[in-house]
Each structure stands twice: as C-alpha cells, then as structure tokens.
Design a protein around this ligand. Structure first.
Ligand SMILES: Cc1ncc(COP(=O)(O)O)c(C=O)c1O
Ligand SMILES: [Zn+2]
Length: 422
C-alpha cells in the first residue's frame, strides 16, 4: 500500500509528489506537511491493528508513517518511543490540580524526544540511499541523529554551536559522528548546514526544514492517543461515565516549533482517520528570552519576527524558529495558547520535577514551568486532564541542573562531622 502520496505546503497549499521536492516549498519556503492517503489507510487498518501490536517501538505506527517497513523482521535502529507516563499526584496537589500526568521522553535511547524524528529521518535516508545525513543541532537532534546513524552504520555530520552543553557534545563524539562546532548561534549553524548540504549533496535533517522530522515527532501523539484511550476510560469509571470534562491539555516546550507541530500533525492524522474524536488542547511553552512563536501567537499573526535569543534552556534558544507558522496553528486550532516562563521558573521546575524522581534538562522542565504558570493564572481548571511532556534528560546539562539546587556540603570523614552537620 502506498500511503505516502506527497507533500502540501503549509503556507500556499501547493501539493508536490514525493520525488518533486525534498525540504521546503520551492515557491515560498513554507514547511511541507506530509500527505497520507487516509482512505487507503482506513480501508486496510483499524485502530486495533496498531494498538494491539506487541512491538513496543514507534515502528508499530508504520501504517501511519511515510516510510516503508525496514527490511527483515527486526529493525537495527534502536527503539525510540514507548516512553512512560507517570501520574504526578503530589505535584498536582501543590498546584490545586487533580489530573496531571507526565510523559517522560528522556527515556528515549539518546535521552531526548528527538530520537523519534531521527529514527524516521534515518529510515528515509536509507530509502533514498543517502550517503551522508547532516543536521544543525543545539545538541539533542544531533545526538539523536548520531545515535540512530551509529546503530545502522549511516554516516552523520553534526553542526552544533560551540556553546552546546559538554554532555551533548560528548554524545555526538562517542556515537562517532563527524562533529563540527560553529563559533556562532544555533541559527548560524542551521544556515551553514543548509548551505553545506546543498554544496556537498548531503541529506539534511534540519528541524523545521526536513518534512520527515515532524512525521517522527507525531508518533508521540499516537502514543498519547493510545495512552489516553485507555486512561480516559478508566478515569470515567471513577468520575462517572456521563460526566463532561475539558479535553486533554498537552504542555510542550517550544523552540523551533517542530515538536508541537509534529504532535499536532499526529492528532490531525488520527482525526482524519476518524480514530480520534476530540483533538487535545495544545499549550506551547517558551522561555521569555526566546519567545518568537509565542509573540506571534499573542499578536494574532503568522508572521514570525526573529528575536535575539537568550535562555538557560539551550535546546529552545532560537532566534528565528523554523517551524513557527505551524507551531502558532497548533495552539490556535486546538483552543490552546502560549505561555512564557523565566529562566528562574525553569530552574524551579527542574527542582520540582526532581522531587518526584524526574530529571529534566532545562528545555524539558520548561513545559512543567508552563503548567505551574497556567495553573496560577487559571488557564487550566482544577479538574482538567493535563499531560506534560518532559522532552529531555537532566543528564544532558548538569551545569544547569546544579543551578536548580543547593550545593552538597563537604565534610571530614568523621562521625563528629556528620553530627555537626545534622
Ligand atoms: C529537550 C528539548 N525540548 C524541546 C525542544 C523544542 O523542540 P522544537 O525546537 O521542535 O520546538 C527541543 C529541541 O531541540 C529539545 O531538545
Ligand atoms: Zn508554498
């Protein structure tokens, strides 16, 4: 079944066949949405076919993905997806909320959400026989590409700002990618990568540029759907089967805007297939110092004006978001909004999540910081069901983590010293 029929430009609506374009719309540079043949998918599959597959990886969603089943019975790509969801009962109580869950994307193979995108892009790269895959990255997308590439023996080149946290750079190097640190911002690295890919014929994975990244990221929406179908049913058994409630609200941290757009695309695919009756409300959370998408949302425009980004959350520090228009729409079309948080609020969120055993990097904790703000301003109601995405592990940026906590005391190795301390 050929379910991948082409692309549609998110700005001008022009449609392209799969072989006609590779990255963005040739007319206006708009992000391309992957177009699937929903009728063909519907005629061949039912939700049960996907939900009942025993494969825990994102490959169980192949019927909805624009790549073909990898050769053989087992894919050599490492398992991305199938991340756990925890109920945050104690933290919810503090916020006077009742139904807060967290989906922990730090549990992906290279410890961030980006594995979902890189798994699909690497599958695509194999399909089109790309010799080299290249990406610009603040660290996570690169680590994901490097890790997934290493798993299958694909050559990868990563351009990262030289300010990237050392743990992320270490991951890139250990996975054996060619790592090039750019004396500039992520945006500089992005532009350089596009030029280098053109010049040398490399396949470019850049976020908000390669249409397949959003298709990988949408697998989180498919998992949320899978989880919520089940959780919602059990929840209704407790609150009464006929009780009306707000839709599920999903909090996502936003830099380039590709994660929120990808998750939105997943929900839209399910809705088009008639497999999801109510699309969750999406709330994007940006750092105050890197809020170009939030600014556009609140100015009610799709014109994204670049900022000069500064935030401790390096993964979402972006001057010109590359998937801004679709990210604005993700909140707008789902009845959601954008919330901005300060670096101090992000650090507080790291510490709070730590108290329930979740270790998030700054960009990962940003979504929870957004929930704290939304709860205090009444953007979410006490009974609303809420899912917060933690998009990256705290181990990625230990320097930032240490700023969120008090330093540990150093003592002499004597019992006296312990007593004095206690
Ligand atoms: C941990 C983490 N959270 C959030 C984001 C934001 O994703 P996007 O840039 O697609 O908005 C990123 C992107 O690098 C990330 O690494
Ligand atoms: Zn266009």
């Amino acid at each position: 079944m050929n379910k991948f029929v082409g692309y549609r430009c998110s700005l001008c609506g022009e449609e392209y066949a799969p072989a006609e374009v590779t990255y963005t719309c040739p007319k206006d540079g708009g992000n391309l949405d992957v177009v699937l043949d929903y009728e063909a998918i519907k005629s061949k599959y039912k939700p049960e076919d996907i939900l009942s597959r025993s494969d825990p990886s994102l490959w169980r969603f192949l019927p909805l993905l624009p790549v073909s089943e990898p050769e053989g019975s087992a894919t050599p790509l490492h398992v991305a997806g199938a991340t756990p969801v925890y109920k945050l009962t104690r933290l919810a109580e503090k916020l006077s909320l009742q139904n807060v869950w967290l989906k922990d994307e730090s549990r992906n193979p290279t410890a961030s959400f980006k594995d979902r995108a890189s798994a699909i892009v690497v599958a695509r790269a194999r399909e089109i026989d790309a010799e080299v895959v290249v990406t610009a990255s603040t660290g996570n997308a690169g680590a994901a590409l490097a890790g997934m590439s290493a798993a299958v023996g694909q050559k990868a080149i990563i351009f990262a700002p030289k300010s990237a946290p050392p743990a992320k750079v270490a991951q890139l190097l250990v996975f054996g990618a060619k790592v090039i640190l750019v004396d500039g911002t992520y945006d500089d690295a992005f532009d350089l990568t596009v030029k280098a890919a053109d010049e040398f014929g490399w396949y470019c994975r850049n976020t908000g540029y390669n249409p397949f990244t959003a298709e990988g990221k949408k697998t989180a929406a498919l998992e949320i759907w899978e989880w919520w179908e089940d959780t919602h049913e059990k929840w209704h058994e407790q609150i009464g089967t006929d009780v009306e409630h707000a839709p599920l609200t999903v909090f996502v941290s936003v830099g380039d805007g590709n994660i929120i757009s990808g998750i939105h695309k997943g929900f839209k695919d399910l809705y088009e297939l008639g497999w999801l009756s109510r699309i969750p409300r999406m709330i994007g959370v940006q750092a105050e110092g890197s809020a170009a998408i939030s600014n556009a949302f609140h100015a009610d425009t799709e014109t994204i004006t670049p900022v000069s980004a500064t935030t401790i959350a390096d993964s979402i520090s972006v001057d010109l978001p590359r998937d801004g228009v679709r990210a604005v729409r993700a909140a707008k079309e789902t009845g959601g909004t954008y919330v901005n948080v300060s670096d101090q609020e992000i650090l507080n969120a790291i510490a709070e999540l730590g108290t329930v055993g979740v270790f998030a990097e700054p960009a990962g904790a940003t979504a929870y910081a957004g929930l704290v703000k939304a709860a205090s301003t009444g953007l979410v109601g006490p009974d609303d069901p809420i899912l917060v995405m933690n998009t990256g592990s705290g181990l990625k940026d230990v320097r930032a983590a240490m700023q969120a906590v008090q330093p540990a005391p150093v003592i002499e190795p004597t019992l006296e010293a312990v007593k004095r301390l206690l």
